[in-house]
Ligand binder design. Structure first.
Ligand SMILES: Cc1cc2nc3c(=O)[nH]c(=O)nc-3n(C[C@H](O)[C@H](O)[C@H](O)COP(=O)(O)OP(=O)(O)OC[C@H]3O[C@@H](n4cnc5c(N)ncnc54)[C@H](O)[C@@H]3O)c2cc1C
Length: 392
């Protein structure tokens, strides 16, 4: 059996559902597929979204999707704590199981056809990366789909990229996260996300991201692991401040996964294929915030794809349109990331500098200069800052 469509979207996560919605709204015959049986399950996420990105979304998120209010973030390193509020640090906890289903329902309502338990397993491609046919395994056998445009929204381990012939260096480009949802916690500041920096999370951070007064996503995210994440996680749990809050806590769900730390490939457009979301490394560092950027970029990909099939737009306009919307944030995010990458080799001093960088209490260019000082004077400097930034 062969199916013909205008736009085939691979993946029904935030990027894919948003892309499918946009393409269908602009009257492209749109099919979106996901290998999952149930959209949004399993959750591989810490489920926090930044308030600053809400005005950039193509549609409003209803209040019932915003399950918990986050007023700010605390940053901890070497026993020093800095608290930030508002701006980049305020947001909401969401429930990805419901959120992803809601997004997919928007696409279906716009007219896109959703197929779950449908895994892209092969592509027929010409030598200019033009996809002619996609082969999709379903419970009823393998079907072929003939699309005009493909949107690769299939996440950090993108099958589309693999089937186009790209070899992704996972060790170099992907970060790893070991995370759990825990309940029955004694959270001290339940309306703040808590970030912990130290050698228990090389190149990344450990976190407690509340979802309610007594529940939170807890985990370690690292870029340069030299031992198992379980060992790092155990070390993180030994921090007295963490122990106190998690004591008596119960793990209800594992939510581990991988995140893109660097571009997996050089471009966002290959032949008739557009990359969106994690497959395109469209997230904001240092927190690797990918949910809302994926929705924003997915929407642009869907609009561009629809315009291409209608003959009123060019596929190459996609990167420019993404940069118009998120360019400033993505540029800054790359700059922060490259400085942060260089800090983890400096051990305890690096953790303190990383705190300055992530909490944005010292300008980027001054962090490098501060790094030339001894550990004790860096610590003293940051202790003074922590008084100024209202931490307890
Ligand atoms: C542990 C962890 C914590 C995170 N915490 C946060 C956070 O707090 N805030 C935040 O903003 N971001 C967070 N992120 C990042 C965020 O989850 C991603 O950036 C976001 O999900 C990207 O959306 P996406 O649609 O591109 O990809 P995904 O959400 O990964 O969706 C891709 C979809 O493609 C499907 N798929 C894959 N291959 C195929 C195939 N061959 N055929 C059919 N379907 C396929 C998958 O089943 C999946 O449903 C976190 C990530 C991890 C791993």
């Amino acid at each position: 059996m062969e199916k013909v469509c205008d736009v085939l979207v691979v993946g029904a996560g935030p990027a894919g559902s948003s892309a499918a919605r946009a393409a269908a709204r602009f009257r492209a015959r749109t099919v979106f597929i996901d290998k999952k049986e149930e959209i949004g399950v399993p959750v591989q996420c810490a489920e926090t979204i930044g308030k600053y990105l809400l005005p950039l979304l193509p549609f409003k998120i209803p209040k019932d999707q915003l399950v918990w209010k986050i007023k700010g973030m605390t940053f901890w390193a070497e026993g020093i704590k800095i608290t930030r509020q508002g701006r980049f640090w305020a947001g909401y906890a969401i429930d990805r199981k419901n959120f992803d289903k809601w997004l997919a329902s928007l696409a279906v309502r716009a007219g896109a056809e959703l197929q779950t338990s449908a895994e892209l397993v092969d592509l027929e491609v010409d030598d200019k990366y033009k996809v002619k046919r996609a082969y999709v395994r379903t419970p009823h056998g393998v079907i072929s789909i003939r699309p005009k445009v493909v949107i690769a929204a299939d996440g950090v381990e993108s099958s589309v990229l693999r089937l186009l012939g790209f070899k992704i260096n996972k060790k170099e480009n992907l970060g790893e996260v070991l995370g759990f949802e825990m309940r029955n916690l004694n959270l001290e500041k339940p309306n703040y996300d808590h970030l912990f920096l130290g050698d228990f999370a090389p190149g990344g951070y450990a976190y407690i991201f509340p979802k309610s007064k007594h529940a939170a996503n807890v985990g370690v995210a690292t870029l340069f692991p030299s031992k198992s994440l379980e060992e790092y996680y155990e070390e993180f749990l030994e921090i007295p401040e963490v122990k106190r809050q998690l004591d008596g806590g119960v793990v209800v769900e594992e939510k581990s996964g991988k995140v893109p730390a660097r571009n997996l490939v050089d471009r966002w457009v290959y032949g008739n294929v557009l990359l969106a979301g994690d497959a395109a490394n469209q997230n904001i560092k240092p927190f690797v915030e990918g949910i809302l950027p994926s929705v924003i970029c997915g929407d642009i990909a869907g609009r561009v794809a629809a315009a291409v099939v209608k003959g009123v737009g060019l596929i190459d306009t996609y990167p420019k349109r993404v940069k118009m919307k998120l360019g400033r944030l993505l540029k800054r995010s790359n700059a922060v990331m490259s400085v942060n990458d260089s800090l983890f080799r400096q051990g305890a001093k690096g953790a303190l500098l990383s705190l300055c960088l992530l909490a944005e209490v010292v300008p980027l260019r001054e962090i490098i200069k501060l790094g030339e000082e001894e550990y004790t004077s860096v610590k003293r400097y940051i202790e003074d800052l922590s008084v100024r930034w209202g931490s307890k």
